[in-house]
Design a protein. Structure first.
Lengths: 234, 217
């Protein structure tokens, strides 16, 4: 099973779990609201969440002296993420999304006009609470799967060509709480794509990794008010 | 139901490098020549249903370095087109059987010949019923080299070969004008016969970039 199919399966599982926990939450919300609130930058029992789902879009920006920085120009992207708070504000998440690029220099990468990266990755992170309404999250990918679908050839007889890669992603986000379980987010990530592309030895450094950043915006739904470990311990 | 719409399946996760230097017959570099990496090009002067995998241009030193996608196909070509001013060169090979070391096609030095526009004009001035049968034998400004691995296969190559164009002019078509691109300095062999009389052959040395030739009969 590839990481992509694993993430899709986990996504479906998480959506089902999200729905069931949401339903169950109605029964426990009264008790949880009575929890004593001890708030700090690192922790707040009152603002603890169990699950978060984010949906949004982003703009990718390529950079560096590599095939992405020199050959591609970012256009847009979409993000779907689901994260579970394991212990307090430490979380693990699944993400699936896509980034879209135009080819700006075909001489450097091949005669196609567009590239779409399907991004699937698992990430770990921690959420800080700098103010009453803000959540500051830091995260890093731990396993990933990228699929570059290259299209826009001079003939429709060539539909697409694919390249694959692994992703090292370093992200930071801000969630602004509009309601207890509804937020908007702004995020930034720095992405290093480590490709499997076979190239002549003198092009190794140019193709072995591609770098791009993303700036994203979207909405967040959360459920639950206890982390995963607390649900078993308490 | 399976829909088979894609004829060409490019190699995933692969890029090749095509490099070399382009010079003319006087050993001067040719800049801005177009380099195309192609599959299913065919063997003729103009490509047929060719698919472009990579493109680039030579620099001021005549050097080119093009990164391209790759296709394993019996008809894989690298075409160097110097425009109307120069001949065209095509490197061909079968990439089902041969992939170069380190994914690099190094064509080293490619020589293109400077072309002249040979514009010929046949005009009838002697009145009706006169006929003209003529032919031009010339060197085509096109060179295709077919390689099996790193060995040139001359049998499948076609490099600066002689071509013949001929025509018969009569009352239906008494005049004719056409343009040929011929390597500068080459000789065009003009053979003609008026009213089916014995053939006469003239040799024309193409010594100008634009060579106008008018023949009246």
């Amino acid at each position: 099973m590839t990481l992509r199919s694993l993430i899709k399966t986990l996504w479906l599982t998480c959506v089902c779990l999200f729905c069931s926990v949401s339903f169950a939450q109605e029964n426990v919300s009264e008790n949880e609201s009575e929890t004593t609130s001890k708030s700090s930058f690192f922790n707040s029992e009152g603002r603890q969440r169990f699950f978060a789902i984010t949906v949004g879009g982003h703009k990718p920006f390529t950079s560096g002296d590599n095939f992405m920085g020199e050959g591609l120009e970012g256009k847009s992207g979409i993000d779907f993420k689901m994260q579970v708070y394991i212990y307090k504000h430490f979380f693990i998440g699944l993400a699936t999304g896509a980034s879209y690029f135009d080819v700006k220099n075909q001489e450097l990468i091949g005669s196609y006009r567009k590239s779409r990266i399907a991004e699937n990755y698992i990430y770990l992170g921690y959420e800080f609470l700098p103010t009453e309404k803000l959540r500051l999250g830091l995260n890093i990918s731990i396993d990933s799967d990228l699929d570059y679908k290259n299209t826009g050839f001079n003939t429709s007889d060539i539909a697409e060509q694919h390249d694959s890669a692994k992703l090292n992603r370093y992200g930071v986000y801000l969630h602004y709480e509009l309601a207890k379980h509804f937020m908007i987010y702004l995020d930034y990530s720095y992405n290093v794509s480590r490709t499997d592309i076979e190239v002549p030895s003198n092009l190794e450094s140019f193709f072995r990794k591609g770098t791009y950043s993303t700036v994203g915006l979207g909405i967040v739904f959360t459920i639950g008010s206890r982390d995963l470990v607390s649900r078993f311990i308490n | 139901m399976t829909v088979l719409s894609c004829e060409v399946q490019l190699e995933d996760n692969t890029r090749i490098l095509v490099e070399g230097t382009i010079k003319d017959q006087d050993n001067m570099p040719i800049s801005e020549a177009k380099i195309s990496v192609l599959t299913k090009r065919g063997n003729f002067t103009g490509g047929e249903n060719q698919y472009i995998l990579g493109e680039g241009y030579s620099n001021a030193d005549g050097h080119f370095s093009v990164i391209s996608l790759y296709d394993r196909d019996e008809d894989f070509a690298i075409e160097i087109d110097g425009g109307d001013a120069y001949s065209t060169y095509v490197y061909k090979t079968n990439t089902l059987e041969y992939t170069p070391l380190d994914l690099t096609f190094n064509l080293e030095t490619v020589s293109l010949k400077k072309l002249a526009a040979f514009n010929y004009n046949m005009v009838r001035t002697s009145g009706e019923s006169y006929t003209l049968r003529y032919s031009f034998k010339y060197i085509e400004g096109f060179c295709l080299e077919y390689y099996e691995g790193i060995t040139l296969n001359e049998f499948q190559s076609s490099c600066y070969e002689e071509r013949v164009v001929s025509r018969f002019l009569n009352d239906s078509n008494p005049d004719f004008e056409w343009l040929l691109y011929v390597p500068l300095g080459e000789i065009v062999e003009f053979t003609y016969s008026i009213n089916d009389e014995p053939e006469i052959t003239e040799f024309i040395t193409i010594n100008e970039d634009n060579y106008d030739f008018t023949f009246t009969y």
